[in-house]
Design a protein around this ligand. Structure first.
Ligand code: NI
Length: 132
């Protein structure tokens, strides 16, 4: 078994409330184990962005339609890594896009961090794999 280290971390109330609700419903008792697994998952996705090289994959975003113009402008700056984009108008206020990318990690990382900084982007998820 791996060694453990105890640390103190602050969470938003709503995050812990959601976690506690999930644990009750799933009849789980070890909160530390879930947080540990969540961080492992986070790093397995984001860790791929750390090293130099090429990746391919998909970015999925859910956002308020007001940000659509800004989002399009931004994507025009990354034509070299964006392969395709599918936009869906979900309702009067919200849209989603699935953006397929391939190219240098540093550029894709830039694109993601700029998207994450846009106001009205509610959810951003991605999944990548190494491309040689
Ligand atoms: Ni739309």
């Amino acid at each position: 078994m791996s060694k453990i280290r105890r640390i103190s971390i602050a969470f938003r109330n709503e995050t812990l409330d959601k976690l506690d609700k999930y644990m009750r419903e799933m009849k789980l008792e070890n909160r530390s184990k879930i947080v540990d697994e969540a961080i492992q998952l986070y790093l397995s996705e984001r860790g791929l962005l750390m090293r130099e090289g090429y990746i391919g994959g998909a970015i999925v975003i859910y956002f308020e339609h007001e940000v659509e113009h800004e989002l399009t402008e931004l994507q025009h700056e990354y034509l070299d890594v964006i392969i395709s984009n599918t936009h869906v108008h979900l309702d009067e206020k919200n849209c989603m896009e699935a953006i397929l990318v391939k190219g240098e990690k540093s550029k894709i990382k830039d694109l993601i961090s700029k998207m994450e900084r846009l106001r009205d982007v509610k959810v951003l998820r991605f999944s990548f794999f190494d491309v040689s």
